[in-house]
Design a protein around this ligand. Structure first.
Ligand SMILES: Cc1cc2nc3c(=O)[nH]c(=O)nc-3n(C[C@H](O)[C@H](O)[C@H](O)COP(=O)(O)OP(=O)(O)OC[C@H]3O[C@@H](n4cnc5c(N)ncnc54)[C@H](O)[C@@H]3O)c2cc1C
Length: 360
């Protein structure tokens, strides 16, 4: 069976690896001339190690540029440090994406660079689609088409799927940073959702916020940082969407809105989405059915985001104070990975849901 995957990011290459390993004839089409996304903070929780054995190898460790011991949340008049039980990772996305792509190639997948997906021509027994290579439009035929082409997915556009996109404005900067700490800035001064500092070292960090460029400039000035290069890009921040689009067309990763809406982090969700997709194809099972639990978890992140979006500066001050004084919530945040939270695990969930219902 022929499988064509659009996009050679983590979602596309990991799906390609899992399916090629299982003996499928897999071709990946990537529009860029090189693999690797620079528009990313590269922050990963240790949950990555549970996704697949490849993320427990020395080769994977070579993609890590820094380890993070704690989060400091800063609101207008308060701050809170959460010390992680297990350190988090900051990866070099170029190395990370190439690491997965190499695994896919070794498993037998063919990765075609400079190959831009244009449109689906026909969906019958076989799917016919158009790829642009060297300014020439070429027709391809496949049994299964997978859109792993990121937030701005052309595959989504072709099948009429719309989702909410948020612009993440990020720059790699020189300055003075806390080497092993993620800093999160909350409140109106920091753009639409929040602002972040993800350090590579004590002098280089990835600094960003969402949507508002003036506030980004203000943040850079406040940190007394110097921009080395800008790396802005879109993230799909929305409720979970339909990922099986009928007639053997599937979506995965950012294209499928498989992102934690609470933070905008999508690397691990895109790998989890890829794993569920590969399993569904290999076992001839319903993708939507297999996605049910994962989508419920993503929906929780969406509710958390909706609640956070309603908070004022003084609400954030109070929230941090409340967490400081509540050992149960603090312990939960210290010990759990944001990639593994689910409704059943959150403390005071009934109270949280009542509150969420009231304010959103
Ligand atoms: C500024 C910024 C910071 C971020 N920071 C973090 C972070 O710290 N942690 C985290 O977990 N997530 C972060 N994210 C989100 C993360 O980058 C994505 O969730 C992740 O890359 C999703 O992987 P993907 O494979 O689905 O999509 P992508 O990595 O976007 O890969 C899609 C691929 O498809 C290709 N493509 C697109 N259109 C076509 C086409 N028509 N034809 C052929 N190929 C095509 C693209 O070139 C790309 O290579 C950040 C995002 C941004 C923008």
């Amino acid at each position: 069976m022929k499988i064509s995957i659009i996009g050679a990011g983590p979602a596309g290459c990991f799906t390609a690896y899992l399916l090629a390993k299982h003996g499928f004839d897999v071709s990946v089409y990537e529009q860029k001339s090189k693999i690797g996304k620079i528009q990313c903070g590269g922050g990963l929780t240790p949950s990555i190690e549970k996704v697949d054995a490849m993320f427990r190898t020395k080769e994977f460790k070579k993609t890590i540029v820094n380890r993070i011991a704690s989060n400091i949340f800063r609101s207008l008049n308060n701050s809170l440090e959460i010390k992680f039980k297990h350190p988090e990772y900051v990866v070099n996305r170029i190395k990370f994406d190439n690491f997965i792509a190499d695994k896919a190639r070794k498993a037998g997948a063919k990765i075609n660079l400079r190959s831009k997906f244009i449109r689906i021509k026909e969906k019958r027994q076989k799917i016919k689609f158009i790829i642009k290579q060297n300014d020439k439009e070429i027709e391809k035929e496949t049994d299964i088409l997978i859109g792993a082409d990121g937030a701005l997915s052309q595959v989504c556009k072709c099948i009429g799927i719309k989702k909410n996109l948020v612009l993440a404005i990020e720059a790699r900067c020189i300055g003075k940073f806390k080497r092993n700490v993620y800093e999160i800035f909350l409140g109106k001064e920091y753009g639409k959702l929040y602002a972040w500092i993800i350090p590579e070292s004590s002098s280089i960090a990835r600094v960003g916020l969402f949507e508002e460029y003036n506030k980004f400039k203000h943040l850079i000035k406040k940190l007394n940082a110097k921009i080395l290069d800008m790396r802005s890009g879109y993230i799909s921040i929305d409720k979970p969407i339909k990922c099986y689009c009928g007639k053997n067309v599937y979506l995965v990763g950012d294209a499928a809105c498989q992102v934690k809406a609470s933070t905008g982090g999508g690397i691990i969700p895109s790998l989890i989405g890829a794993k569920i997709l590969a399993k569904s194809i290999i076992n001839k099972e319903s993708f939507e059915k297999n996605l049910k639990k994962f989508k419920r978890d993503l929906y929780l992140h969406y509710i958390i985001r909706k609640v956070l979006n309603k908070l004022s500066d003084s609400d954030y001050d109070k929230l941090l104070e409340m967490i400081k004084n509540d050992s149960k919530i603090k312990k939960f945040l210290e010990e759990s990975s944001r990639d593994e939270i689910s409704f059943s695990k959150i403390p005071f969930r009934a109270k949280f849901l009542r509150y969420a219902k009231k304010i959103i």
